[in-house]
Design a protein around this ligand. Structure first.
Ligand code: F6P
Length: 373
């Protein structure tokens, strides 16, 4: 019997999503003779029954295109804003899934999407996910698609910042995305030869950073590049953050959870101009002029790299294989050259952070990079 599958992209977009849609879609249709339909704008499209036909012609010519042809959104099935109210829409999703006689729903997304997919699995849907995000922080997979492209963009930016920092004898602080993980800043910082790399996993002391920069000046290098992850925090703030985060994850009471959430929100608000204030402090402490460059969404845009196209195609076609075999409730993870099915329970709610003693960090320290610790 022909299988019917639905597919959606959720969370922030990332390069390689279209390559993955193509991988799933072409293998499902041409190889396995399944039928596939796309839902627009993440889980919201599934609630609102907004679809897109994904037959052969639509899947041609999208391999190299950035973004997602389906559109995406950060809506959660169980907490969706509808008519100004936050509503649990999971039952509507379940109804629409059955009304369309779907055999499987493929969700392409990051950490949040894995959690949402698990929720739908628990409601009895045949869900299967692929790991995408430029942050590379999805647990259970060696790498996520989108990461390699963003890494290339951020590295290129650091390369370019070098010559201008050098010419003006300045510090340039480059803010790199990554949410609460440092993979992107760490990778781009190493590849681009940043003098200081600051990541969320290693709390920093601004005085130590300044000392590293002053040491460079004493050795005749009167410019420095600081690659700072958007989630990197100074020591005192990091302590407060981790305390509140631990309480939020395992609260003793509702009140405690509410308090912890308040603290986290306050830290987040104050963190918004962290890069700006870091740059100002470094200027004061070193006597060098400092400038900032926030790479922002440039890192999510444009053509996916060759590595991301290959990864997305590998995982996408493996996803079609799993659907054909009737394997559901899993994320298709990259493990070496293999594509492995991991139960969603093992992935959802976990984040793959950079271990502070990771080999990349040790290598960077050996070439003289400061982590501000
Ligand atoms: O998860 C990808 C990511 O780009 C993070 O690095 C960043 O913190 C976040 O999304 C930005 O989200 P938005 O596009 O919603 O502003």
């Amino acid at each position: 019997m022909t299988k019917h599958i639905g597919i959606l992209t959720a969370g922030g977009d990332s390069p390689g999503l279209n390559a993955a849609i193509r991988g799933v879609g072409k293998a499902a249709q041409s190889y396995y003779d399944m039928q596939i339909i796309g839902f627009r704008d993440g889980f919201r499209g599934l609630v609102e029954n907004r679809t897109m036909a994904l037959d052969g012609a639509v899947l041609s010519d999208i391999l190299t295109r950035g973004g997602t042809i389906l559109g995406t959104g950060r809506d959660k099935p169980n907490r969706m804003t509808v008519g100004g109210k936050t509503m649990d829409m999971t039952d509507v999703i379940v109804e629409n899934y059955h009304a369309r006689h779907l055999d499987a729903l493929v969700c392409l997304g990051g950490g949040g999407t894995q959690k949402n997919a698990l929720l739908l699995k628990e409601k009895g849907l045949n869900v299967i996910t692929l790991p995408k995000t430029i942050d590379n922080d999805v647990s259970g997979t060696d790498v996520t698609f989108g990461y390699d492209t963003a890494l290339g963009i951020a590295t290129d930016a650091i390369d370019r910042l070098h010559s201008t920092a050098h010419s003006h004898h300045r510090i340039i602080v480059a803010e790199i995305m990554g949410h609460r993980s440092g993979w992107l800043a760490l990778g781009a910082g190493i590849a681009g030869g940043a003098d200081v790399i600051l990541i969320p996993e290693i709390a920093y002391d601004v005085e130590r950073i300044a000392e590293a920069i002053r040491m460079r000046v004493r050795s005749g290098k009167n410019f420095s590049i600081v690659a700072v992850s958007e989630g990197a925090m100074p020591i005192g703030v990091a302590e407060k953050f981790h305390q509140a985060d631990a309480i939020k994850r395992a609260p003793k009471s509702k009140k405690e959870k509410k308090e912890a959430k308040k603290v986290l929100a306050q830290i987040e608000r104050e963190h918004i101009d962290n890069t700006l204030s870091l740059s100002g402090k470094l200027e004061e402490l070193t006597g060098l002029e400092s400038r900032i460059t926030i790479l922002g969404h440039l890192q999510r845009g444009g053509t996916p790299s060759a590595a991301d196209r290959i990864l997305a195609t590998r995982l996408g076609t493996a996803c079609a294989d799993l659907i054909d075999a009737g394997t559901y409730g899993v994320m298709v993870a990259a493990r070496g050259e293999e594509a492995v099915a991991i139960p969603l329970e093992e992935v959802a709610g976990k984040k793959k952070l950079v271990p502070p003693n990771h080999a990349w960090i040790e290598s960077a320290r050996r070439v003289g990079t400061s982590f501000g610790d």
